[in-house]
Design a protein around this ligand. Structure first.
Ligand code: C5P
Length: 299
């Protein structure tokens, strides 16, 4: 889009559908095996944070994307943007013309293990289903989502889930106790395929559990007996991940420190949002160059 050009007309603005694209956080992530095609079989407890990107879609004659926000410059705005690919995939599956003026506000660092592009793709699918008023058979949207990336189906859910398969097998998780997260990223992108390729050692067993831990401390204790099997591979590529984990684990109020997804974002589990905000303040003072956020978990 040229600067100065009107992105949406007044009429188009009248019907803007907004969708949140919350950060995805893997509270634990076990790698159970590897398929012949190179994809890994996972077992993960995934939650969504009250912090994320924002997507808006409005009617338009063609398909366009405008990207803004603190990390907007790190996102390709062209045809390979996952948001545009998601719109085209939904259009193809439903026989709709691919039309819509989409705005993406990037609040989350890219290539950082917290969903980012996958969350944006899921959000745009949800927004365009409403905007185009299309109905899809059960599982059809999930199929479109999986075609866009292994993490997109879980992002469609947006609530705590156990994830299996390569990301497509999604089951409701037990209710989690009240708790909050502090997220920290050293602002170094870490491409997922490289991290998976670097993983070595035996595969893990599933870590699923059934009962709701009684409080955040009990959840931290339960998670401490699980792990993120991609941590060593991520640290080998970006040693700063170890620094982030050390800093989080020694910050007051942090009950458990762990990397999310393939990194480099790590999280600290805290008892509540004020504790997470206090931890974020301490970390920001010590590491002014990092991206740091405190967030609730979406129940
Ligand atoms: O599906 P997506 O494009 O998000 O995955 C990016 C890369 O991450 C894949 O190409 C693969 O190398 C790796 N990956 C994997 N196993 C998964 C998910 C992703 O090996 N379950």
């Amino acid at each position: 889009m040229r600067s100065g050009e009107v992105f949406m007309t007044q009429a188009e603005l009248a019907d803007v559908i907004a969708a949140r694209a919350p950060a995805k956080v893997n509270l634990y992530l076990h790698v159970l095996g590897r398929r012949a095609d190179g994809y890994h079989l996972l077992d993960s407890l995934v939650v969504f944070a009250g912090e994320g990107d924002r997507v808006e879609a409005a009617a338009a004659e063609d398909l366009r994307l405008a990207v803004s926000g603190p990390f907007g410059a790190d996102v390709p705005a062209g045809e390979d943007n996952l948001v545009l690919r998601a719109a085209r995939a939904l259009a193809a599956a439903t026989g709709q013309p691919a039309r819509g003026a989409i705005r993406l506000e990037k609040q989350l660092p890219v290539a950082s293990g917290i969903g980012g592009g996958s969350a944006d793709a899921a959000a745009v699918l949800r927004a365009l289903v409403k905007l185009w008023n299309v109905s899809l058979a059960d599982g059809e949207l999930a199929g479109i989502a999986l075609g866009l990336g292994a993490d997109v189906p879980m992002c469609l859910h947006g609530r705590p889930v156990f994830v299996g398969g390569i990301g497509e097998d999604i089951a409701e998780a037990p209710a989690l106790p009240a708790c909050a997260l502090v997220l920290a990223n050293p602002r170094i992108p870490l491409p997922t395929p490289q991290v998976f390729r670097g993983r070595t050692g035996p595969f893990s067993a599933s870590g699923r559990f059934e009962a709701t831990p009684r409080d955040a401390a009990a959840l931290a204790e339960l998670l401490a007996r699980r792990g993120n099997d991609l941590t060593a591979a991520a640290i080998a590529l970006v040693p700063e991940v170890a620094t982030v984990l050390d800093a989080l684990s020694t910050t007051p109020g942090v009950l458990l420190a762990r990397m999310s997804g393939s990194g480099a974002t790590c999280f600290g589990l805290c008892a509540d949002l004020p504790a997470a905000q206090a931890a974020a303040g301490v970390l920001a003072d010590q590491h002014p160059g990092w991206w740091i956020a405190a967030a609730d978990i979406v129940a």
